[in-house]
Design a protein. Structure first.
Length: 271
């Protein structure tokens, strides 16, 4: 069966088209590899919708859904410590970073996403158009399948984080999909942790924000690395076995990466 293509120039027209079964949006095209292409009857090209924008007003950054990973890195790249620069600079390959879009990556949310951890840590909002269109917290969007089907992401926005960032992706090779990722944002006043956000992706629930650990660190900051280890060890992240190793081995690796990240941000080496 021949695949149909549509090229709308208005967001409203694109949304109307994707209400039909088997008609799906097409941005960078990489998401089609994750789905069942045989069930796709038509593709709605989003290239004419002017969604490849970057806006910064005060401390708020808004990324248009058609911004690629490479576009995002280029616009934020002056801040090499920014969590999105740290994460997306090593995602996939250079060729794919020029194809994968912000909107498509959020919509499909593969287990190996390098984007979702940072966006959850940044407490991002998702702007969607469709039957239940509106602005949603990213975690609400991820958990509600009804907000993905028949809806179009137009932008993602967040308040920029004033602090330091740690990002880790567990892979066998540089271009491999990560078995898990660790994202940590930390803001301090001297030795006092003002704000800390910790997100792990790749587990059985796809992602986990460690709010209890965040609250423990803020309310009773660990005095040393041993105290920090005591906080991390009881945590159950929950993995399945992957190419990187067994579930137990990956859980161990994730806690080692988590500890290393927390250690680097809470107890940085003295200059």
């Amino acid at each position: 069966m021949e695949l149909k293509w549509f090229f709308p120039e208005r967001i409203e027209d694109a949304v109307d088209l994707i209400q039909e079964q088997g008609v799906v949006p097409h941005a960078g095209g990489t998401g089609l590899l994750l789905g069942k292409i045989r069930n796709v009857k038509a593709l709605v090209d989003l290239g004419r919708l002017d969604l490849d924008f970057f806006r910064k007003e005060g401390t708020t950054i808004e990324l248009g859904a058609m911004m690629t990973y490479a576009d995002t890195i280029r616009h934020i790249g002056r801040d090499s410590n920014h969590i999105l620069v740290k994460a997306l600079s090593h995602a996939a390959t250079a060729l794919l970073r020029n194809r994968i879009t912000i909107g498509g990556s959020v919509a499909y949310f593969p287990m190996w996403s390098d984007l979702i951890g940072p966006l959850v840590a940044l407490e991002s909002k998702i702007n969607i158009q469709g039957p239940n269109g509106g602005i949603y917290d990213i975690e609400d969007f991820i958990k509600n399948r009804n907000l993905r089907k028949g809806h179009l992401i137009t932008s993602v926005f967040f308040k920029d984080f004033d602090g330091d960032a740690f990002y880790y992706r567990a892979t066998r090779t540089e271009v491999d999909y990560p078995a898990f990722t660790v994202t940590i944002l930390c803001s301090k006043d001297g030795n006092v942790v003002r704000d800390i956000r910790i997100v792990i992706t790749g587990n059985t629930d796809k992602y986990l924000r460690l709010r209890e650990l965040e609250n423990s660190i803020k309310s009773s900051p660990p005095d040393d690395r041993s105290a920090l280890k005591e906080l991390v060890e009881p945590i159950e992240i929950g993995f399945t076995g992957k190419k990187l190793g067994s579930a137990e081995y990956i859980e161990h690796l994730a806690k080692v990466a988590l500890l290393r990240g927390l250690d680097s941000l809470i107890f940085p080496p003295k200059s």
